[in-house]
Ligand binder design. Structure first.
Ligand code: 13P
Ligand code: ZN
Ligand code: NA
Length: 282
């Protein structure tokens, strides 16, 4: 069934595992993620970014996920990833989304608090949990490019104040991950994450997990990460599998390469679920 991220993340926090949050771009990717969750008996979060919501509407993506979730025996939440504005958060909630992120990380601390608080107050009315971000995840997410050298890590004291003043349900932290793939092996600031976890009691979120070694993901989960976001690797696996089929010029049926992409994403998501430790939890 369709659920909010509230209890998914609190259960993960209590059980010391994380729920994978998987970015989808089409119906096949939605099917793949939910099939992987069913076969692994794992809770799931499916999410779309603002650029994905320009490709097709929130209500269209929501209809696909709702239909799949309704006939599934695992809990599935539908989340707005990197929500860009108050209006956008309201729009997806009206479309049926059960969770939103407002990303004010590019704003000043006070402006970030203001916009986040406003989203929390409104989302609260429909019992929709809100994720927000403090500090900057590196790399490119959607159209917004962050220079690695400008990427500011989350300050633990600031994080505590931010959570208290906004009333958010989960906090995305910047500890050295970046969106997309990495040039070398990313170095995560685990000491900082441990400090954040010590003084912030709500579930923490890791962005930019594509390209992060499995051990580093596991270690961050042991330090309070309850939601891990995977986007780029799903797109890469989908497209690589399609491309292999499409080298044959006789292929004309979209079902043929769509099914290959879907299978590849499903296998990848099953592996990520094992790294998150959410298998067998439902
Ligand atoms: P990756 O593209 O590195 O997996 O990052 C995912 C993410 O943080 C989506 O918000
Ligand atoms: Zn992200
Ligand atoms: Na990444």
């Amino acid at each position: 069934p369709l659920v909010t991220t509230k209890n998914l993340l609190l259960d993960a926090q209590n059980g010391h595992y994380a729920v994978g949050a998987f970015n989808i771009e089409n119906m096949e990717m939605a099917q793949a993620v939910i099939q992987a969750g069913e076969e692994s008996h794992s809770p799931l979060i499916i999410q779309t970014t603002p650029s994905t919501l320009k490709y097709a509407s929130p209500s269209l993506f929501f209809s696909i996920v709702q239909s799949l979730a309704a006939s599934s025996n695992i809990p599935v939440a539908m989340h707005l990833d990197h929500g860009a504005s108050f209006d956008q958060c309201c729009q997806v909630i009206q479309a049926g989304y059960t969770s939103v992120m407002i990303d004010g990380s590019k704003l000043s601390f006070e402006e970030n608090i203001q916009i986040t608080k406003k989203v929390v107050e409104t989302a609260d009315c429909c019992s929709i949990p809100v994720e927000a971000e403090l500090g900057t995840v590196g790399g490119k997410e959607d159209t917004h490019e962050v220079q690695d050298k400008d990427a500011l890590y989350t300050n633990p004291e600031r994080a505590k104040e931010f959570v208290e003043r906004t009333g958010i349900s989960s906090l995305a932290v910047a500890i050295g991950t970046a969106h997309g793939f990495y040039k070398g092996i990313p170095k995560l600031d685990f000491a900082r994450l441990a400090q954040i976890q010590e003084i912030v009691s709500i579930p923490l979120v890791l962005h930019g997990a594509s390209g992060v070694p499995d051990d580093a993901v596991r270690q961050s989960i042991s330090l309070g990460i309850c939601k891990v976001n995977f986007a780029t690797e799903l797109r890469a696996h989908f497209t690589d599998a399609c491309r292999k089929i499409l080298v044959d010029p006789d292929v004309i049926d979209p079902k043929k390469y769509g099914a290959a992409g879907r299978d590849a994403v499903k296998e990848f998501v099953k592996e990520r679920i094992l790294v998150c430790g959410s298998d067998g939890k439902v």
